[in-house]
Design a protein around this ligand. Structure first.
Ligand code: GLA
Length: 412
């Protein structure tokens, strides 16, 4: 009987460990404090896929500085898949592609650093990256030393070609390897949400993707016949993961994917996309071609008030307060008792709203923040139009165009 009890207990314990996913062999612990606000920067994949080279990177870095993007907070330049050759060298080291990067990767990284920016690279937990370049499986410590020697600041670590591999273990191994290599490197888990990284990622990394890839559309699903997988419109991703907000916070962010602002949607949709990423406290990683950026795109990406919502030091992901006939209200608690409130029209036609604050108290289901407009009057600032528009004492009466937003800061 005793024996049975013990083995039952053993089973129970290991089951709890497994289900919580936090019993991985995580000896190092991530570098703490590298991403106290959602990381901001640029990543090459959304526009260029593997067509990357040193001229593109240098020009992107130059523009990041000259347009004021760097001053607005964008600092990481991240090279995604396709930066290396198809084979490792005789020592087993990764080889930056000498044709794409003729001056060498270290020289390019030094250039980016000289601009006051930070630099990131990409690899994969599997045997190969998604585009078929050498993956890190079995080379974790060697690759971590290589990244440290290049002095990179950010590693995006993908999840292709990982059949039979345990996700928490694979990501913990790479995290340990980075720690051992000794250079503080932001660790960005790109596991697509398949194994719920929000449940085990906090001690391992600074941010984790929570979905499959983004697609430049408002609310579509784009199905890739070859490979049988889908990319998602930005509202699909927002909707898909709106309920895991309690797992996100300073230094451990839910990553809603690189942005598609400036990649073919209307300016209104780009503005809404940027608003939602700000409301959701997602990393703000631009994915457009800076060399062809319109002034409207630049204005969206550098909107100070929205960036302040995203970077707010409380670090809480917003949530959907209500949805009636395609008109949604999203709210995000901010530091100092303030709130960001977004009215979003998801429909194809303009909508009038008549919003009685007093009948719509806010109660945060996960973090306990509350706003009762019968007890507290807030001043209202329209963030996109930079205008004071009264207080919560009066109903908000406005028209919102299709796919557009009105975003307010409620100030105590
Ligand atoms: C996956 C990732 C993308 C990108 C590509 C590169 O699809 O989710 O963000 O890194 O791989 O091949």
């Amino acid at each position: 009987m005793k024996k049975i009890t013990i083995s039952f207990l053993t089973l129970l314990t290991s089951f709890v460990g497994f289900s919580q996913g936090n019993k991985v062999n995580q000896t190092g612990g991530k570098f703490e404090g590298l991403a106290m606000a959602p990381p901001m920067g640029w990543n090459s994949w959304n526009t260029f896929e593997t067509n990357i080279n040193e001229k593109l990177v240098k020009e992107t870095a130059d523009i990041m500085v000259s347009t004021g993007m760097a001053a607005a907070g964008y600092k990481y330049i991240v090279l995604d898949d396709g930066w290396m050759t198809r084979e490792r060298d005789a020592n087993g080291d990764l080889v930056p592609d000498p044709i794409k990067f003729p001056s060498g990767m270290k020289a390019l990284i030094d250039y980016v650093h000289s601009k006051g920016l930070k630099f990131g690279l990409y690899n994969c937990a599997g045997t190969q990256t998604c585009a078929g370049y050498p993956g890190t499986r079995g080379y974790e410590y060697q690759d971590a030393r290589f990244y440290a020697s290049l002095e990179i600041d950010y590693l995006k670590y993908d999840w292709c070609n990982t059949a039979g591999i345990n996700a928490p273990e694979a990501y913990a191994t790479m995290s340990n390897a980075l720690k051992k290599a000794g250079r503080p490197i932001v660790f960005s888990l790109c596991e697509w949400g398949d194994n719920k990284p929000w449940e085990w990622g906090e001690p391992i990394g600074n941010l984790w993707r929570i979905s499959g890839d983004i697609y430049p559309c408002f609310d579509c699903e784009f199905h890739h016949e070859e490979g049988n997988w889908s990319s998602w419109g930005f509202m699909k991703i927002a909707e898909m993961r709106k309920d895991i907000r309690k797992y996100s916070g300073p230094d451990h962010w839910n990553d809603f994917d690189m942005m598609e602002v400036g990649d073919g949607m209307t300016n209104t949709e780009d503005k809404t996309h940027f608003t939602m990423w700000s409301m959701l406290a997602s990393p703000l990683i631009a994915g457009n071609d800076f060399r062809k950026m319109s002034k409207e795109t630049l204005a969206i990406l550098t909107n100070k008030a929205l960036i302040a919502v995203n970077q707010d030091k409380l670090g809480i992901q917003g949530f959907k307060l209500s949805a009636v006939d395609g008109l949604e209200v999203w709210v995000k608690p901010l530091s100092d008792g303030n709130w960001a409130v977004t009215f979003l029209n998801r429909t194809e036609v303009a909508k009038n709203i008549n919003f009685d604050w007093k009948k719509n108290p806010i109660k945060d289901p996960d973090f306990g923040f509350e706003a009762d407009f019968n007890k507290t009057i807030f001043k209202l600032k329209d963030l996109w139009n930079n205008k004071d528009i009264g207080t919560t004492n009066k109903n908000l009466m406005v028209t919102i165009a299709s796919h557009d937003v009105i975003t307010l800061k409620l100030i105590k």
